[in-house]
Design a protein around this ligand. Structure first.
Ligand code: URA
Length: 432
C-alpha cells in the first residue's frame, strides 16, 4: 500500500477500506507517513467527506493508536460525558455527582482549557489539594469505591489524534465534520465507558456556531458510537449566552456548589438535569421521565452534593479550605451599562476572551492561570438595564481595561427585549 494511492482515492471520493485507513493512521503515528501526505489526505477528506464506515474506521484506528482504558471491571454502568466546549460550562462538576449518586459509574478524564473555553481540570485544580494526576490503580480503585473519579487526560490517549489534530490546525482542515467527529470520539472510545452523552454546544461561544452544523456533528458521533458498540446520545445546547453567571475557575466551582445545594442559576441547573437524565437513561435503561425525576430528587435532596463532597475528598481536595480561600479580597471592577434598555445579545466567545484577559484562561498552552480571576455576570440577554448600572464584575490581578473593553464589545444593548431562546435545542440518538 502507498499513501499517495490512498490520497488519490479520497480525492476522487472512492471510499477507503478499514485496512487502508489503518495503514494511514498507523504509518502516520509511527512517523512513516509524512506530514505533507497526511495533510493532503485531510484536505481531500475536507472536500470529499467520508462515509459512515470510513469515519468509524478512522475513529477506531485513532482510539487504538495508544492507551485504551479498560473499565470492564467496573461493570456495565460506566458512563461518560463530553462537552464540545463553551463559556461558563461547569456542567461536569454537577452532572457527574448526580449520576454517581444514582448508581452510574463515572470514571472520567478531562482536559485543560485553551483560548476562550475553560477546562474541567483547571476548575478542579482551584480546589486546594485536588489531585488531577492519578495512577491507573488509584483511578480504578476510586471508581470502584465511590463510583466517581475525574482525572487529567493520560498522555498517551489517542496519540494519532493528537498528531493529526495539530496538523489540521495548521493546514485549515479542522472544519470537517467526519474529522472532528472521529477526533472527539477516538478519545472517548479510548477512555473506555460503555455509555457516552455528548453535549454539543451551538452558538457564539461554541466550536459549532450554527445549530444545523452542531446537529450534523452530533449525528456523526452518535453513528460512530453505534458502529463501535457504545451507547451514545447527544443534546444540542445553546451556547449563545454563557452558561450560569460565573466564568473563571474558582468562581465557577463556587457556582457549582450553589447548584448542588439547591441554589444557583436556573439555566445551569436545567442543562445539568437534562444531561444527567440522559446519562442515567443510557446507563440504567430508565425511561426519560424516570431518569429526569430521579436526577431532580438527587439534586434537591442533597444526595448529589454528598457524593460531590465524597469525590473531592477522595482526590485530596479540601472544600473547607476552598471556602476559606474565597473569603479573601480579590481586586474587582464593575462593568456598567452605557444606556437604559435591554441586553439584546451576548457574544459568549468574546466574554470567554474577556475572562482569559483577566488571567482565568490560557492564550497559549502552558500559560499560568489565576484561579481567582474571572467574571460574575449580573445581567444576561433579555434583562433590563439602567445607564450606569453594573452588568458584570471583573475579578483578577491584571489591568481591567482590556477585559472591560472586550466585555462591552461582547454585549449588545437595545431598546426592546429580544425573543427568548431555548436552552436545549434537541436530542440526537437512539429513541429515548
Ligand atoms: N475538538 C477535538 O477534540 N477535535 C477536533 O477535531 C475539534 C475539536
Amino acid at each position: 500500500m502507498r499513501a499517495v494511492d490512498l490520497i488519490e482515492k479520497t480525492k476522487n471520493a472512492i471510499p477507503l477500506t478499514r485496512e487502508e485507513i489503518e495503514f494511514l493512521i498507523r504509518g502516520y503515528t509511527r512517523g512513516e507517513i509524512a506530514d505533507y501526505q497526511m495533510s493532503a489526505w485531510a484536505m481531500a477528506v475536507r472536500f470529499q467527506g467520508m462515509s459512515q464506515a470510513e469515519t468509524a474506521a478512522l475513529t477506531m484506528a485513532m482510539a487504538e493508536s495508544g492507551d485504551q482504558v479498560d473499565l470492564s471491571a467496573l461493570g456495565e454502568k460506566t458512563v461518560d460525558k463530553h462537552s464540545t466546549g463553551g463559556v461558563g460550562d461547569k456542567t461536569t462538576l454537577i452532572v457527574t455527582p448526580i449520576v454517581a449518586s444514582l448508581g452510574g459509574v463515572v470514571a472520567k478524564m478531562s482536559g485543560r482549557g485553551l483560548g476562550h473555553t475553560g477546562g474541567t481540570v483547571d476548575k478542579l485544580e482551584s480546589i486546594p489539594g485536588y489531585r488531577t494526576e492519578l495512577s491507573a490503580g488509584e483511578f480504578m480503585e476510586q471508581a470502584k469505591r465511590i463510583g466517581l473519579v475525574v482525572a487529567g487526560q493520560s498522555g498517551n490517549l489517542a496519540p494519532a489524534d493528537k498528531k493529526l489534530y495539530a496538523l489540521r490546525d495548521v493546514t485549515a482542515t479542522v472544519d470537517s465534520i467526519p474529522l472532528i467527529a472521529s477526533s472527539i470520539m477516538s478519545k472517548k472510545l479510548a477512555a473506555g465507558s460503555k455509555s457516552i452523552v455528548l453535549d454539543v454546544k451551538a452558538g457564539s461561544g461554541a466550536f459549532m456556531k450554527d445549530r444545523k452544523e452542531a446537529c450534523l456533528l452530533a449525528d456523526a458521533m452518535v453513528q460512530i458510537g453505534a458502529a463501535c458498540g457504545r451507547n451514545v446520545s447527544a443534546l444540542i445546547t445553546n451556547m449563545d449566552i454563557p452558561l450560569g453567571r460565573a466564568v473563571g475557575n474558582a468562581l465557577e466551582v463556587e457556582e457549582v456548589l450553589e447548584v448542588l445545594q439547591g441554589k444557583g442559576p436556573e439555566d445551569l441547573r436545567e442543562v445539568c438535569l437534562a444531561l444527567a437524565a440522559e446519562m442515567l437513561l443510557l446507563c440504567h435503561g430508565w425511561s426519560a421521565g424516570d431518569a429526569r425525576k430521579k436526577a431532580e430528587d438527587a439534586l434537591n435532596s442533597g444526595k448529589a452534593y454528598t457524593k460531590m463532597q465524597e469525590w473531592i475528598a477522595a482526590q485530596g481536595g479540601d472544600l473547607a479550605a476552598f471556602a476559606a480561600d474565597r473569603e479573601k479580597e480579590v481586586p474587582c471592577h464593575a462593568v456598567t451599562a452605557p444606556s437604559d434598555g435591554y441586553i439584546t445579545k451576548m457574544n459568549a466567545e468574546r466574554i470567554g476572551v474577556a475572562a482569559m484577559l483577566l488571567g482565568a484562561g490560557r492564550a497559549a498552552k502552558g500559560d499560568a492561570i489565576d484561579y481567582d480571576a474571572g467574571i460574575r455576570i449580573l445581567k444576561k440577554t433579555g434583562d433590563a438595564v439602567k445607564a450606569g448600572e453594573p452588568v458584570a464584575v471583573l475579578y483578577g490581578r491584571r489591568d481591567f481595561a482590556p477585559s472591560e473593553k472586550c466585555y462591552l464589545e461582547a454585549v449588545t444593548f437595545g431598546a426592546c427585549p429580544p425573543e427568548a431562546q431555548p436552552l436545549i435545542y434537541e436530542r440526537r440518538g437512539a429513541k429515548a
